[in-house]
Design a protein around this ligand. Structure first.
Ligand code: GLN
Length: 486
């Protein structure tokens, strides 16, 4: 299937290419959105990437964008259609977070990232599937539907932003937004063959992003190429009075950093990320990408991040502790669904949560409550916070001698639907190379770096220091362009 419709090829159509076509008058937003909706109608039956689509509303937004352009406006994303992970609030749209508990909830406001994109002219086409409350790595934990990998329908698209990744990788979105708490943008991007960027903690406001683990969550773009990731990052970044963790540091023109070469850069290979257990096909694809970066002028150096082995344990203590607090608000009182037939408020909270949350969310609330409880708080939560500091220091040290670090995104390519869903620990181990960037608060980019013999995409991870997005985008872009030209 080529997803070609009215001259658009959504397998590869980028934001920047569509921008040019819209600016030159070669096409209109209504034309682009109409044919995108046709591509979705044709292919989403098998991918199941979208959970909500409102064609009429999308076309009305597109028509409005075309009117604004006719009036002489030229906002940077005017008329560009985007798919949004179902964890972000968009005024007037449902926001299920992949959960039954938010059934019937309609967002009364825009998340700041959404408001900024709206200001820049973007059109919000539809909402994408996700693991419930962003907990998971396959999108199988969604209470709504199972999403399929566009490169092999029997396999998972990754998660938790699996719907966004399948939509972009499957040619039924121009670009999408995801959220990343421990890898949820980068891992599905690598499974589905698209670009995914987790910005530095504080780079994009999280106001209006349904909180999973507040000290780890970030919003980021999922795109067909690195230039689009740079464009969308620039449109969303910046300090926000509504999110006290957002940082007031200048927002550069990220596209200006895309020089196409790596001269003068030092790139590190963390030895703990090239270990036994990494699929040999993944390792060889990543090593070939490293060789390419060397050809492009980078100096390659081995580095060590000695506390890597504690990352998964640390992440799953901190993330669940924060989740247990954040999810307390879903009790049937203010948001979404309320259980019927309760005898008193306590009974109502209990029934609503018992019926509304799926098994993985319950497992994490129980674990998070346990690690915060009296007598265990110091042994688990406090210890995890200390180890987190050690992990952050490992990176600070590595970035004293390197501009960025290269590694696999995940130890394996996409696996079969159902293969790991009953083995949560095995699933958690898949986050070992991504959760570290969230713990350290730094930025990470996933860029496709070839496929396995079976045709499954592999991702190259490029991690940079806090607010080092320009460096990692430069590396990703130079690599991607060199591959495209070879
Ligand atoms: N797979 C990880 C988890 O299950 C990461 C999720 C995320 O980044 N939202 O927690």
């Amino acid at each position: 299937m080529d997803n070609e419709s009215m001259g658009f090829n959504f397998n590869s159509l980028t934001v920047h290419a569509l921008q040019e076509q819209l600016q030159s008058g070669a096409t209109t937003s209504v034309e682009a959105v109409t044919s995108l909706l046709a591509a979705i109608a044709e292919r989403d039956g098998e991918l199941k990437a979208y959970v909500t689509l409102d064609a009429e509303d999308a076309l009305a937004q597109a028509a409005e964008a075309d009117r604004r352009r006719a009036d002489g406006e030229d906002a940077p994303l005017l008329g560009i259609p985007l798919a949004i992970k179902d964890v972000l609030n968009v005024t007037g749209q449902p926001c299920t977070c992949g959960s039954h508990i938010l059934q019937g909830y309609i967002a009364p406001y825009d998340a700041t990232a959404i408001a900024k994109l709206r200001q820049a002219g973007a059109v919000f086409v539809g909402r994408t599937n996700m693991d419930e409350f962003a907990m998971g790595g396959t999108t199988e934990n969604s209470s709504l539907q199972v999403t399929h990998n566009p490169h092999d329908l029997d396999r998972v698209p990754g998660g938790s932003s699996g719907g966004s990744a399948a939509a972009v990788g499957g040619g039924i979105a121009v670009a999408a937004l995801g959220s990343d708490t421990g890898g949820s943008i980068r891992q599905p991007a690598s499974f589905c063959g698209c670009v995914g960027l987790k910005p530095t903690y504080g780079r994009i406001s999280r106001y209006g992003l349904t909180a999973f683990a507040s000290s780890l969550d970030q919003i980021g773009p999922m795109t067909h190429d690195v230039r689009d990731a740079a464009l969308l990052l620039g449109a969303m970044a910046g300090v926000d009075p509504m999110d006290s963790s957002s940082v007031d540091c200048p927002v550069p023109d990220y596209t200006a950093a895309l020089s196409g070469d790596l001269k003068g850069m030092t790139l590190g290979l963390p030895q703990e990320y090239f270990v036994k257990g990494v699929d040999p096909e993944v390792e060889s694809a990543v090593r070939a990408a490293v060789a390419r970066c060397r050809e492009l002028g980078a100096e390659i150096r081995e580095v060590s991040l000695p506390h890597t082995e504690y990352a998964i344990a640390t992440y799953y203590v901190i993330a669940t502790a924060e989740a247990s607090a954040n999810l307390a608000r879903f009790d049937g009182v203010r948001y979404g669904r309320r259980a019927e037939g309760a005898t008193d408020p306590i009974d109502m909270y209990g029934k609503t949560r018992a019926q509304g949350f799926g098994p993985e969310v319950k497992r994490r609330i129980i674990l998070g409550t346990y690690v915060l409880s009296g007598g265990y708080h110091d042994a688990y939560y406090l210890t995890a916070q200390k180890v987190r500091t050690l992990i952050r220091r490992d990176f600070e040290q590595a970035f004293e001698e390197c501009d960025a670090l290269l590694s696999p995104v995940t130890p394996t390519p996409a696996y079969k639907i159902g293969e790991k869903v009953n083995d949560p620990l095995q699933m958690y181990l898949g986050d070992m190379f991504t959760a570290t960037a969230n713990l350290a608060g730094i930025c990470g980019l996933s860029v496709p770096c070839g496929t396995t013999a079976a045709g499954l995409p592999v991702g190259l991870q490029i991690m940079g220091p806090a607010f080092g997005e320009e460096q990692i985008l430069r590396v990703g872009h130079a690599y991607e362009q060199a591959e495209a030209g070879s």
